[in-house]
Write a protein that binds this ligand. Structure first.
Ligand code: ADE
Length: 240
């Protein structure tokens, strides 16, 4: 998968060099392009924001650098394929508290795409015409991490890339480990234990050392239901 990111803090994404996603990049499973929005300005101050028309607090990101940044990513995507087909056009994702809420289901869907481009907004947002223009060239999605406000899109993009990246085939060594996780089956995951069987006076639930695989599977499912009912009752109607 090809992932492009536009941000005024490109070094924020240096952490993508390490860990699981770093290895996925080395293995050629993920190709990353990080772009500094200020490289698409043409004034001495590399200005990317201005005061809002109509007044109000804060600054709005100017459309011109965004237009050039998106053109550069989309033109490169078109040029990189012999016959520029819609299939290789990235889906453009703008993190925004005003977007649809990100979910495991969305991560699964996006992990199957050949290319994604993330546009990190700051301040009070990006000039609305940028979204409209982008939608004339590609599928555009505004995506929120949750019902709270971050200072900018960078942290949200990191979270989305981590959730999407680990679902790309080959990125996680043992794909079985992706199945038995919170949210994969609409429930929270069951509690896990490892050796020693007793630690600081606390014993591992006896069923787990019984060797009875059917009983273990049943116990784990019950734990999932109990935990989900206690912590996230909103998820349960999917199961009852
Ligand atoms: N930018 C600011 N707040 C955000 C949120 N909750 N989700 C995604 N992007 C954001």
């Amino acid at each position: 998968m090809r992932i492009d990111i536009v941000s005024i803090f490109p070094s924020f994404f240096d952490v993508l060099d390490i860990s699981l996603l770093g290895r996925a990049r080395e293995a050629g499973l993920i190709e990353l392009g990080i772009h500094d929005l200020r490289d698409f300005t043409h004034d001495r101050h590399r200005k990317v924001d201005d005061t809002p028309f109509g007044g109000g607090a804060g600054m709005v990101m100017k459309p011109e650098p965004w237009g050039e940044a998106l053109d550069s990513i989309l033109d490169a995507a078109a040029a990189s394929t012999a016959e520029a087909s819609a299939a290789e056009t990235p889906i453009i994702i703008f993190p925004s508290p005003a977007g649809e809420v990100f979910s495991q289901e969305m991560a699964r869907e996006l992990a199957l795409k050949p290319a994604l481009a993330f546009g990190c907004g700051r301040y009070e947002g990006i000039d609305q015409r940028v979204y409209e223009y982008a939608a004339t060239r590609a599928e555009v999605r505004l995506v929120s991490l949750g019902d709270y406000v971050l200072n900018g899109g960078e942290v949200a993009v990191m979270a989305m890339i981590e959730a999407i990246g680990r679902l790309i085939p080959g990125v996680v060594g043992n794909p079985d480990s992706l199945v038995e996780e919170s949210h994969e089956d609409g429930l929270l995951e069951y509690p896990s234990y490892t050796k020693p069987a007793e630690w600081r006076g606390r014993e591992v639930p006896p069923v787990l050392t019984s060797g009875n695989h059917k009983a273990i599977a049943l116990w784990r499912h019950e734990q999932q239901i109990e935990r989900t009912r206690r912590v996230r009752p909103d998820l349960l109607p999917l199961h009852e």
